[in-house]
Ligand binder design. Structure first.
Ligand code: PLP
Length: 399
């Protein structure tokens, strides 16, 4: 089979591991493979590298290294924050989140509901924005924690996290934010944000999959989610995944360096792609507010076509994009995020997310703009689908 060049426009799903990151982690497989908890220097030396990586990721979010807990992924970080709030405040059995959170939160919320907790899922506005008055009035005396994502992985829409954190503080409620899509795209300063918990996942910033972190503000009561050895100062059992933690540290350094590029060059590429589609292909529109939004993400509705068909033909042209989040593809269910924004079923089903990143070039955007019009006309000609359908009811959960 002829090898074609990959045009990867799905950086919100995962990112290519940076060569610098690979170089940094390889010695921890080959030479420095000791256990950081061991009582001899072969282990101590590894522990020192772990400390360095912890300092780098702490610097990325302007935290104290002691406020970082390494986890296995963003999902574990999200689950851990909510779990800790419920365990440390047993008298409070209510959790508040939005309907557009990642399934790492939504599914955990569903699980909690089955175990006699109360979980409210806040609706969002048609542009994906959050109604702060509604949020405020939904916080109850028995709310243990509010969890609101910073950047939506499907639309890129940003929530006003600083304001949400201030609101929660004024009500004496813990606040967690899922910031998995943010590093390298926006500057993060946990002190300015005023959050109690914040989740990150390394594979969204050019490090391997399977490593994440949870920031826990100093003096916040914390109960471990994974119970075992005394690793992570007793806050997460399990021998540390040293090579991946080192990789995360190096990726954090690179993310701090590339934030400017993301907001200039990558933003310009995203805008070129988005404007090219909206102007060049009839019956297209953007899902979600233009601003405030991540600089790399564009979610486009193509009237009268199914995203599945678009993605298939894009794939044949060597282009990777997605509909909804990667974790839910494989099912034909339309995105819960787009439905929560009030999109009709047909519009949600015809929506594609393009997410750019560090390694994308002008050529990638030009290639996509060149092939997309033909793909859409072909699909429109061959598969007429119902374009006018009544608005779908979003997720069943109500506030
Ligand atoms: C916003 C958001 N939160 C959480 C996650 C889950 O992260 P992980 O894949 O590391 O579990 C993702 C991954 O797609 C995400 O985009």
């Amino acid at each position: 089979m002829r090898q074609r060049t990959l045009c990867y426009l799905d950086n919100n799903a995962t990112t290519q591991v940076a060569p610098e990151v690979v170089d940094a982690m390889v010695p921890f497989f080959k030479q420095h493979w000791g256990n950081p908890s061991s009582a001899y220097s072969f282990g101590h030396n590894v522990a020192k590298e772990l400390d360095k990586a912890r300092a780098s990721v702490a610097e990325l979010i302007k935290a104290d290294p002691r406020e970082i807990i390494f986890t296995s992924c963003g999902t574990e970080s999200n689950n851990s924050a909510i779990h800790s709030a419920l365990v440390t405040h047993p008298e409070k059995r209510h959790v508040l989140m939005t309907m557009v959170e990642h399934s790492a939160n939504i599914k955990f919320g569903d699980y909690l509901k089955k175990h006699r907790y109360e979980v409210s899922f806040l609706p969002v506005e048609s542009d994906g924005g959050l109604d702060l008055h509604l949020l405020e009035s939904s916080i109850r005396p028995d709310t243990a924690i509010v969890s609101v994502m910073w950047a939506n992985n499907e639309t890129g829409v940003l929530f006003p996290i600083e304001e949400v954190a201030a609101l929660c503080r004024s009500k004496g409620v813990l606040f967690h934010t899922d910031a998995v899509q943010v590093p390298g795209k926006l500057n993060i300063d946990v002190k300015e944000l005023g959050v109690d918990f914040l989740s990150l996942s390394a594979h969204k910033l050019h490090a391997p999959k399977g490593i994440g972190l949870l920031y826990v503000k100093r003096r916040t009561k914390y109960h471990p989610y994974i119970i075992g050895g005394g690793q992570e100062r007793g806050r997460r059992g399990g021998t540390e995944n040293v090579p991946y933690i080192v990789a995360f540290g190096r990726a954090a350094e690179l993310a701090m360096e590339s934030c400017k590029d993301e907001n200039t060059r990558v933003r310009a590429l995203r805008d070129k792609l988005e404007n090219g589609i909206l102007k060049g292909i009839e019956g297209t529109s953007r899902n979600g507010a233009k601003e405030p939004r991540l600089p790399n993400t564009s979610n486009i509705a193509f009237e009268g076509v199914e995203a599945e068909g678009i993605l298939l033909l894009l794939d044949e042209a060597g282009i990777c994009a997605s509909s909804g989040s990667a974790c839910t593809t494989g099912s034909l269910d339309p995105s819960h995020v787009l439905l929560a924004m009030g999109l009709s079923l047909s519009r949600a089903r015809g929506s594609v997310r393009f997410s750019l990143g560090r390694y994308n070039t002008e050529q990638d955007v030009e290639h996509a703009l060149q092939v997309l019009p033909g793909i859409i006309s072909k699909l429109r000609a061959s598969t007429p689908v119902e374009t006018k359908s009544s608005p779908a009811s979003p997720m069943p959960q109500e506030v």
